[in-house]
Ligand binder design. Structure first.
Ligand code: PLP
Length: 393
């Protein structure tokens, strides 16, 4: 995500390298999506501005209905970011001060902000070596009194082992909040992630598989009471207008985001297919290298990220940089080592996290986006082959 952010903030997008033998390959290229929706979205934007429908409003309401249908959920509650989605879901789950929640140690920090805001305590669990998703055997070892919920993260676009996760949660009486920020469109046996737990949370950060023209997020649930509560919380805690029944936030979705997302959602499945084709091509071309490649284990991967692992990660990253290939790190500093969390969660890190450390030290995200050309991908693949040729000699 950092690479995408850097790219979007850059005033000059891709300056030609001095070595013109290699055209730069971006980590992601969002302009391809925009080009596809542009004519229809621009026409709708004219309407939106004429209506001044900027905050929540009819566009967001329509988008909620559209995406609830797409995901197969009864209710969709649009908010202004994935982190806000996880926060309102935390509140709706009744998680409060001192409550403990199992979370993977290897994830983006947005997974746990809602817990921190509510005074709850993340209980970090190590992750599975093959997939990087929460390791339930480790979660079992870290169970303790006061654990009320679990937030499995469908990391990099791959569903966690959902049947095992739901069985684990039921055995321990835990609420399941799915973090689907990286996995929109991913399914387990034909059913969308986000519809298995009590609530499923999505992010529409521009670099995500379904990304807005700014920030956005959403919670889905089949529980009407939770949906009502989250709708109130996102809108200053109002049920009835000017009556603030509870502490709320201004977490409403922008009309502009809803409009753009609505146009993009119609194309999402096609873009997901393109991501899968890119992943399949990487898998074939990189099979003979020393890299550890992503595996698909528990359902349909949507390849938000294509993360390979090697002990030579930093050298490979520098080599690819020099060849004009942008890569990313997801995530190099585990949550239990984040400065802002010392004193909150550190006392709960009672055992080491060897697999999380491995992903953090050795994981490298290769360029991956819908619309990536074969030429761009060949350049990544050739550079990786050249790196390992050189490093062996
Ligand atoms: C992006 C992301 C979030 C947070 O979403 P924002 O929209 O950036 O607030 C949460 N969890 C994971 C796993 C993410 O990748």
């Amino acid at each position: 995500m950092n690479a995408v952010a850097t790219r979007m903030n850059a005033s000059v997008r891709y300056e030609p390298l001095e070595d013109m033998a290699h055209t730069p390959v971006p980590f992601a290229d969002l302009s391809i999506q925009w080009d596809q929706i542009r004519p229809a979205a621009m026409a709708d934007l004219e309407k939106l501005f004429a209506e001044s429908a900027f905050c929540q409003g009819p566009w967001a309401t329509a988008f909620e209905a559209q995406i609830a249908d797409y995901l197969g959920a009864k209710h969709a509650v649009a908010v202004n970011s994935g982190s806000s989605a996880l926060h309102v879901a935390t509140i709706a789950a009744g998680i409060g001060r001192g409550d403990k929640v199992l979370v993977p140690a290897h994830t983006f920090i947005g997974t746990i902000w809602g817990l921190i805001y509510e005074g709850a305590i993340p209980v970090f669990c190590d992750v599975d070596d093959a997939t990087g998703t929460i390791d339930l055997a480790d979660a079992e070892r870290r169970m303790e009194p006061g654990v009320k919920a679990i937030i499995p993260v469908h990391l990099y676009g791959q569903p966690v082992d959902l049947p095992a996760t739901l069985a684990f949660a039921e055995r321990h009486g835990l609420t399941v909040i799915e973090d689907c920020a990286q996995a929109i469109g991913a399914c387990h046996q034909g059913r969308s992630v986000g519809t298995f737990g009590a609530m499923g949370c999505f992010s529409f950060y521009p670099g995500k598989n379904l990304g807005g023209a700014g920030e956005g997020g959403l919670v889905v649930t089949d529980d009407g009471d939770k949906a009502d509560l989250m709708r109130a919380v996102r809108n200053h805690g109002q049920g009835e207008r000017y009556v603030h029944e509870r502490v709320g936030y201004n977490y409403r979705m922008d009309g502009i985001q809803a409009l753009v997302l609505s146009h993009k959602l119609r194309r999402l499945d096609g873009w997901t297919d393109q991501r899968r084709a890119v992943a399949a091509r990487y898998a074939e071309a990189l099979a003979g290298t020393p890299l550890r490649l992503p595996v698909t284990a528990h359902g349909d991967h949507v390849y938000h990220l294509y993360v390979v692992r090697t002990r030579q990660r930093d050298a490979l990253k520098a080599f690819l940089d020099a060849r004009g290939v942008q890569t990313g790190l997801h995530y190099p500093v585990p949550l239990y080592r984040q400065p802002c969390l010392s004193g909150i969660a550190s006392s709960h890190a009672t055992a080491p996290f060897p697999v999380t450390e491995d992903w953090a030290a050795n994981g490298l995200s290769l360029p991956m986006f819908a619309g990536m050309t074969a030429e761009q991908q060949d350049q990544v693949i050739d550079a990786i082959h050249d790196f390992f040729k050189g490093s062996r000699s």
